[in-house]
Design a protein around this ligand. Structure first.
Ligand SMILES: C[S@@+](CC[C@H](N)C(=O)[O-])C[C@H]1O[C@@H](n2cnc3c(N)ncnc32)[C@H](O)[C@@H]1O
Length: 318
């Protein structure tokens, strides 16, 4: 058994070779921290079992294969955020919202932040852009948009295993880094972020969530049906996850609802609109073909990311 136990660093080297991709010590620590594999030894000299690690990775790859069989080979495993714990995918959001289609914040962060990768080839939003979600539900989109605008570092509100590595990272240095990240937060930045929903209770819950995240004052939440949507500004972005018939009885309402979205969008003629939905007749009822349409997975639900692009706003003169 003792030969089976290896340090976090050796586990990361072993796993990198086993998986043929880089696995960092913090990836291994994450597994220990979240109880996915057993922790042996004391903090600072933590060890893990190589056999258990191997079994964990084998199970995970089987899971990915099974899902691919079910959903198709184009499953973007990375965007399923399968390895995250529920407490992370529900950070600052709650279970108050009745809709199963609630978006996980990491996926929203992925779309709103300024990184690019093989799948996301361009940055969609710039700080200061108007962001409006007419079906905001528990507020995931507006809250993440506000946190990004306020420079809140991703993962700011969680604990990291590395905090325990006092022999490697001086605690003082760690706190200095956290303090530095905190100092960079500015919730006084000027933003125009709006969240609407037809359901007053849902709006109340969204406000609560925003308050918990410390960004309530940055978002204008209001109970409003999508049919009544308007905005005085010429350029802006709608990013939203409208109902897609999660409950069978809602399915019949979708043609009318998506027709309303199309009519409202016509009035906002220089805006861009990003719809993330599983409803396959979206373009038919919006009355316009999307400029781009990508397949993604919210949790394990096949979803489309429809992009309707408006003209770019003219460059501001100084
Ligand atoms: C799929 S959920 C959105 C979930 C949200 N993205 C989240 O993370 O919680 C759809 C939302 O649309 C709202 N809704 C349904 N019909 C509406 C309408 N006609 N106008 C505005 N909101 C509506 C529902 O109350 C629900 O909160």
């Amino acid at each position: 058994m003792s030969e089976d136990l290896i340090s976090i660093k050796d586990a990361s080297l072993w796993a990198s070779e086993f998986l043929n991709k880089e696995v960092t010590p913090s990836n291994i620590s994450y597994l220990v921290n979240y109880g996915k594999i057993t922790k042996f030894g004391e903090n600072g000299s933590t060890q893990v079992s190589r056999a258990e690690l191997k079994e964990y990775y084998q199970k995970l790859s089987k899971k990915e294969e099974l899902w691919k069989e079910k959903l198709g080979d184009d499953l973007n495993w990375k965007l399923s955020f399968e390895s995250l714990k529920e407490s992370e995918t529900t950070k600052h959001v709650h279970r108050l919202h009745p809709y199963k289609g609630k978006f996980i914040p990491q996926l929203v962060e992925y779309f709103l932040d300024s990184h690019v990768d093989d799948f996301k080839k361009e940055v969609y939003f710039k700080k200061g852009d108007i962001v409006l979600d007419p079906f905001c539900g528990s507020g995931t989109f507006p809250i993440e948009a506000a946190m990004i605008a306020a420079n809140v570092a991703p993962g700011m509100n969680r604990d990291f295993t590395a905090e325990e590595w006092t022999n490697l990272i001086d605690r003082k240095l760690w706190y200095e880094c956290v303090k530095e990240a905190e100092d960079m937060i500015d919730t006084t930045v000027k933003v125009d972020i709006q969240g609407y929903d037809i359901d007053g209770d849902v709006i109340k819950a969204a406000r609560e969530n925003a308050k918990r995240a410390g960004v309530e004052h940055m978002i204008h939440f209001q109970q409003r049906a999508v049919a009544d949507l308007s905005h005085p500004k010429k350029y802006g972005f709608i990013i939203t996850n409208p109902p897609y018939g999660e409950r069978l009885e809602d399915k019949a309402d979708l043609p009318e609802l998506y027709t309303q979205i199309g009519q409202v969008y016509q009035r906002l003629d220089s805006w861009s609109m990003f719809l993330i939905t599983s409803y396959t007749d979206t373009e038919k009822y919006i009355g316009r073909k999307a400029d781009k349409n990508r397949k993604i997975y919210n949790g394990m639900l096949k979803t489309y990311f429809y992009q309707f692009l408006g003209p770019k706003p003219p460059k501001k003169r100084n």
